[in-house]
Design a protein around this ligand. Structure first.
Ligand code: NDP
Length: 248
């Protein structure tokens, strides 16, 4: 593979599984040094070791994106190990589907704090570095940030919010020449649905993923690598990717 991203450092949140893990692998294979953020130390340390053994550059930083102090500490250790960030992949997220009337307030808060406030906190921490580098911010939103559905109202609210914020931020950062790219996957086979606490809704979601022929995490990672690998004059503002078998 061409080392299209050589000399760039990419910070990827939620790199311990799914889309974040696959994105870290592909960006590292394209020559980027990658900083892996997540809460599960064992997963990101194993991935960092794998990337390093393959000749790449990677560091694992345990951080909860809801905890600004933890993100600041992670940024310090990333800076010391890899230098300033050129690419930020805001990928960490949770999808805790439930009917609104079930009143699962703790799950609402986890989604809002992770999918929306967490992205804002992490972006704020790395923004000065990204502006200095004329870098890239890649926000992993969702088809759920364009459509709505029953049992998904709070998840929808976080992803619609993320998509809207991304476009406003893109406009703010045009003068700084920072690209803001929003990626909107449809169903992707990852651990995302495993955390749904309502058995019936979890099984329904997993059945839906099977029925539409869910994408692989690597499919999304390839689109992200394509976007950040474009010449700097090209800003792929928005990438909507559904499985071929998914209608809505
Ligand atoms: P996974 O569950 O496999 O990955 C989610 C990642 O987020 C994990 O690495 C997890 O790591 C991390 N994470 C969750 N909460 C936190 C937190 N508080 N602090 C730091 N990291 C956190 O699912 P996906 O790979 O599918 O999800 C990645 C993104 O893609 C999410 O934003 C999701 O909404 C989005 N998406 C996914 C789709 C799908 O169908 N799979 C479709 C559309 C969008 P850890 O637990 O170790 O902290």
């Amino acid at each position: 593979m061409a080392q299209n991203l050589a000399g760039r450092t990419a910070v990827i949140t939620g790199a311990s599984s799914g889309i974040g893990e696959a994105t870290a692998r592909v960006l590292a294979a394209e020559g980027a040094a990658v900083a892996l953020l997540a809460r599960r130390a064992g997963h990101i340390e194993a991935l960092a070791a794998e990337i390093t053994a393959a000749g790449g550059k990677a560091v694992a930083c345990v951080a909860d994106v809801r905890d600004r102090d933890a993100v600041l500490r992670a940024a310090d250790s990333i800076g010391a190990a890899l230098g300033p960030a050129h690419i930020l992949g805001n990928n960490a997220g949770v999808m805790l589907l439930s009917p609104f009337h079930a009143g699962k307030v703790d799950e609402w808060r986890r989604m809002i704090d992770t999918n929306l406030t967490g992205v804002l906190l992490v972006t704020d921490v790395f923004l000065a570095q990204l502006v200095a580098a004329q870098g890239d911010i890649v926000n992993i939103s969702s088809v759920a940030g364009r459509t709505t559905g029953p049992n998904s109202s709070i998840y929808n609210a976080t992803k619609w919010g993320l998509t809207a914020w991304s476009d406003a931020l893109r406009k703010e950062l045009v003068k700084a020449s920072v690209r803001v790219i929003v990626v909107e996957p449809g169903a992707v086979a990852t651990e995302l649905t495993d955390h749904i606490s309502d058995d019936r809704i979890r099984e329904g979601a997993q059945g839906f993923y099977d029925s539409v022929g869910a994408l692989q995490a690597e499919d999304i990672a390839a689109a992200i690598a394509f976007a950040v690998g474009q010449p700097h004059r090209v800003s792929l503002n928005e990438i909507l990717i559904r499985p071929t078998g998914q209608a809505g």
